[in-house]
Design a protein around this ligand. Structure first.
Ligand SMILES: O=P(O)(O)OC[C@H]1O[C@](O)(COP(=O)(O)O)[C@@H](O)[C@@H]1O
Ligand SMILES: [Mn+2]
Length: 663
């Protein structure tokens, strides 16, 4: 049998008749003619769960925009704000509103009015999708009712009465609040079809674990790993050096509770060791960074935090040594610093220059062999590595990142990558030796991804280091697409006052990405159409305050790291960018700092500030023009081939007639 016939016969199982085949073709053609669904891009969330939730709930201002479009002058701005807040935070807002009414009548009236407004919004946002897609999104309890309400037609004269009756019975059965909540969640769900997280969910902020939980509940997410995510992925895979970095950053930002409470990893031994090993004098460089809006820790707690921070930083520096030494191809010898310290004088010599150290207490370092862990440090590291590997919750979250994430993503003509494509000054892609082979560009990123996946998958194997070393490299190495700087000057930032030593020089990519030519070259490297595609980056906070533009190379590249991270809002002057890509084009949204959920609900304040059009489509984009459209077109071509085979008798239809004999 011919190969193509074999394939068509298989397809014929699903479409056994000419009728079934043609109706599927018509169905697919109809889907391809729908407007392209909305994509939502966010990045560098850095544990800021509340701000992230808000942006997610309001669809980066998309819900407000729909409300404005639908109600125009029919509602006052105040009413529109109230409706928007209700959709973002239905449960909390309903309680607040109902507490203001005194009689049951007033409450019922509010439910009736609100439900009719919600239905209007829902009908509008659902109109972009097929019925079957909307049906799949419906909450079980109210699926039938919502479907009736959404797809009401005016065929029957008494339909209005019928709908009012549905609404009345929902209210009289005291399911009003549940129904308003379900409708609000459905609107949130329909307003954004696909969420892209362009990296750095973890570190600095208080609740990365809750962000991952939220993403896990989301209907459709992809993640492009960031350097901070990679650190946690390495730690969960059993990399001691990644783990030491993770703990150090949690100590630095006073969020060790994420490990101890969120992930059930006990740090008791490390606390005890730090307490008995390090003194409290001249330790200011290890003071934790405390978010000023959080309560300040007590003096005693500050001392403990400072000591554990120092203890784990030293362990990290020690663990880096052997990896750098066993990988000359990493070209990271300049990061071997512990052997450049004069432990008697308390100085360090870097590139011929000698600097005093701000802290000269190194009780665990043997100057002859400074990278050697003490037996106590070694025992602690070993136990902690096991604790990370055995934390169910952490393994669950990291598996999710592995399964739903990648080093980069090409989607609907765009390339999404957290950091950069490492380049040489002449514009060629930087090469790196991966197990004896020089690779660059897309192939390099594919190799990196392979190492991350294998490192996680083979965490029980003995010699997993060959993968895990590369995972650590992704955090801090010069040719890492997630980092893209010549060095990470962590040691210098703690120990040397002279700021010149803190400089981390960015890869030339970060200049070249301003040029159209570079962006087109990169898009072509990833088999994308350079005339249509965009590159979306996170990672480098855009200092809009200082006049930096997040839209580069005439709109070919957009950087969306505006600083969800509170620690960086001082530099960016903003609280983050998000990007929306709908059938009309791309819109960049900048957000003002988010204060609190309470304020958002009570004052109905939104953090969206400005929306800038990056690209406007000349013609409204349809599903046909997307990656899904491409697949659907292929399927239509196959179905047409099947139809042809039915018609010319190559394959016969399977028509099941009902038996005419009575038993
Ligand atoms: O702000 P901190 O905690 O001092 O961290 C600074 C370090 O973070 C990095 O910027 C990496 O983190 P980002 O990916 O968020 O930029 C390093 O380059 C730098 O050394
Ligand atoms: Mn980053």
């Amino acid at each position: 049998m011919k190969e193509s016939n074999k394939f068509l016969r298989l397809l014929a199982k699903d479409y056994p008749t000419i009728g079934a085949t043609t109706s599927e073709i018509i169905n697919l053609e109809a889907i391809m003619n729908l407007p392209k669904a909305t994509e939502h891009f966010v990045s560098d969330i850095h544990g800021e769960y509340d701000a992230f939730q808000h942006v997610l709930r309001n669809g980066s201002g998309n819900i407000k925009e729909k409300i404005n479009e639908i109600f125009g002058d029919r509602l006052m701005q105040k009413e529109k704000n109230a409706l928007a807040t209700l959709i973002y935070y239905p449960e909390e807002k309903i309680k607040l509103i109902l507490s203001e009414y005194e009689t049951e009548n007033e409450k019922e009236e509010w439910f009736r009015m609100t439900l009719s407004r919600l239905i209007e919004v829902c009908v509008f946002v659902a109109s972009k999708y097929t019925r079957s897609k909307v049906r799949k999104a419906l909450p079980d309890e109210f699926a039938y009712i919502i479907e009736e309400l959404l797809f009401k037609d005016n065929k029957y004269a008494n339909k209005d009465g019928y709908y009012n009756e549905i609404i009345d019975s929902i209210i009289s059965l005291e399911r009003g609040a549940a129904f308003v909540t379900a409708m609000s969640n459905l609107i949130q769900r329909l307003v954004v079809d696909q969420l892209h997280v362009v990296g750095d969910i973890y570190d600095r902020g208080p609740h990365p674990d809750k962000i991952v939980e939220t993403l896990m509940q989301h209907h459709s997410v992809d993640i492009q790993w960031g350097n901070h995510d990679i650190l946690w992925m390495g730690a969960a895979s059993g990399s001691a050096v990644c783990m030491a970095n993770v703990i150090r950053i949690q100590a630095r930002y006073h969020h060790l509770d994420i490990l101890e409470e969120g992930y059930g990893i006990t740090l008791r031994q490390l606390w005890n060791f730090a307490d008995s090993t390090y003194s409290t004098e001249t330790n200011s460089c290890f003071y934790p960074k405390i978010d000023p809006s959080e309560p300040k820790p007590l003096q005693e707690e500050m001392i403990q935090l400072t000591k554990i921070h120092q203890a784990i930083a030293i362990i990290q520096f020690k663990l880096e040594g052997p990896i750098i030494r066993r990988h000359p191809e990493f070209h990271m010898d300049h990061r071997l610093l512990l052997n450049k310290i004069d432990y008697e004088k308390g100085t360090i010599t870097l590139q011929g220059e000698t600097y005093p150290l701000t802290n000269t207490s190194f009780p665990t370092i043997d100057p002859i062999d400074p990278y050697q862990l003490t037996p106590e440090e070694e025992a602690i590291v070993e136990k902690l590595v096991l604790a990370f590997k055995n934390s169910n919750q952490l393994q669950k979250h990291i598996s999710y990142l592995i399964n739903n994430g990648s080093m980069y993503l090409t989607h609907n003509h765009n390339l999404l990558v957290h950091g950069c494509l490492p380049m040489n000054p002449d514009g060629s892609f930087m090469e790196m030796d991966i197990r004896g082979k020089m690779v660059s560009g897309k192939v390099l990123l594919d190799k990196f991804e392979d190492a991350v996946r294998k490192g996680f998958l083979y965490q029980q194997r003995e010699n997993n280091d060959k993968y895990l070393d590369l995972v650590w490299y992704l955090w801090t190495g010069p040719a890492s697409s997630l980092f893209g700087k010549d060095q990470m000057t962590t040691f210098e930032r703690y120990y040397i006052e002279d700021k010149a030593t803190h400089i981390e020089k960015k890869n030339v990519y970060y200049e070249k990405r301003n040029e159209v030519e570079t962006c087109e070259k990169i898009l072509a490297e990833f088999d994308l159409d350079p005339s249509k595609g965009h590159i979306i980056n996170g990672h480098t906070p855009v200092k809009e305050k200082r006049g930096e533009d997040p839209i580069k190379a005439e709109g070919r590249l957009i950087v969306i790291d505006g600083g969800f991270s509170k620690a960086y809002q001082g530099t960016t002057g903003l609280a983050g960018y998000t990007l929306l890509y709908n059938s009309f084009g791309m819109v960049l949204v900048s957000h003002q700092p988010f204060t609190s959920v309470k304020e958002a609900i009570e004052k109905e304040s939104d953090i969206v500030s400005t929306r800038r059009v990056v690209d406007r489509e000349l013609e409204r984009m349809k599903v046909r023009d997307t990656d899904t459209g491409k697949k659907l077109q292929e399927k239509v071509a196959d179905l047409k081939a099947l139809l042809f085979a039915y018609r010319n008798g190559e394959i016969s239809e399977k028509i099941y007639r009902k038996s005419s004999t009575y038993l």
